[in-house]
Design a protein around this ligand. Structure first.
Ligand code: PGA
Length: 254
């Protein structure tokens, strides 16, 4: 059975006190079954603090919002996958549309980042998503296919590591805008992505991979989205910054 995932991407938000108090509230109130995994992606500088708080939780793991494509050396400001692994970070988000847009990360670079993360035994939340213009021109399926083919699917050794991959479908027009994809739009794309995985790998891999939705997912729309058969949870930005809204999203699974 594939896992339900609710991941909170805090982006560049929360000071240390706010971050710690949020995690303490979540840990007190999160009550999920064994099939549900909660992932928190704080800023790098709080990762160790948050890891310490979550150490004894079976259901809450920690992610980095990014990792370097380099191994080590003179790359000021960068954080290597091996460094994340050395402090027991479990997941890394790769290919978020904000990284693609503001830091010029393209499919070739993201492919290398995925390889770095997997070779350091990190699990990857790989993001893909189309712009509004692409959707309006009916190019969204082709776009998602090319994002996945040029980065994930072109990694030769990926097949044996697919259990370490979560795919996040995040239409760019829905991120931070308050306009989420409709349940039908999201389910249609998730089912398309699962079909691509079936074609590239096999039915077991396609059935086992968690595909999560991101883009203005909140306490009001999460239960409808998560009820769809190919939507296995969410990557949550704004609504992960308050315990009340994040908990209510977590509690949206039936
Ligand atoms: P949002 O962000 O929930 O604030 O739309 C989602 C994301 O960027 O992962």
């Amino acid at each position: 059975m594939r896992k339900n995932i609710v991941a909170g991407n805090w982006k560049m938000n929360l000071d240390k006190e706010e971050a710690i108090s949020l995690v303490k509230q979540l840990l007190l109130e999160i009550n999920v079954n064994a099939l549900t995994q909660i992932i928190l992606a704080p800023s790098y500088i709080y990762i160790s603090d948050i890891l310490g708080l979550c150490m004894n939780s079976q259901h809450v793991s920690v992610a980095s919002q990014d990792c370097s494509v380099r191994d080590k050396g003179a790359f000021t400001g960068e954080v290597a996958a091996s460094m994340l692994k050395s402090i027991d970070v479990e997941y890394v988000i790769v290919g978020h549309s904000e990284r693609r847009a503001y830091f010029d990360e393209d499919n070739q670079l993201l492919k290398k980042k995925v390889i770095k993360a997997l070779s350091n035994d990190l699990k990857v939340i790989f993001c893909c998503g189309e712009s509004l213009e692409q959707r309006n021109k009916q190019q969204h399926f082709d776009w998602i296919r090319s994002q996945l083919s040029e980065s994930l699917f072109s990694i030769e050794e990926l097949e044996s590591k697919m259990s370490n991959i979560i795919i996040a479908y995040e239409p760019i027009w829905a991120i931070g805008t308050g306009v989420n994809a409709t349940v039908e739009q999201a389910q249609e794309m998730h089912s398309f992505i699962r079909k691509l995985i079936l074609e590239k790998y096999n039915s077991q891999t396609a059935e086992n991979i968690s595909i999560i939705y991101g883009g203005s997912c909140n306490a009001n729309n999460a239960s409808d989205l998560f009820a769809e058969k190919d939507i296995d949870g969410g990557l949550i930005g704004g609504a992960s910054l308050s315990a009340a809204s994040f908990l209510s999203i977590i509690n949206s699974f039936e």
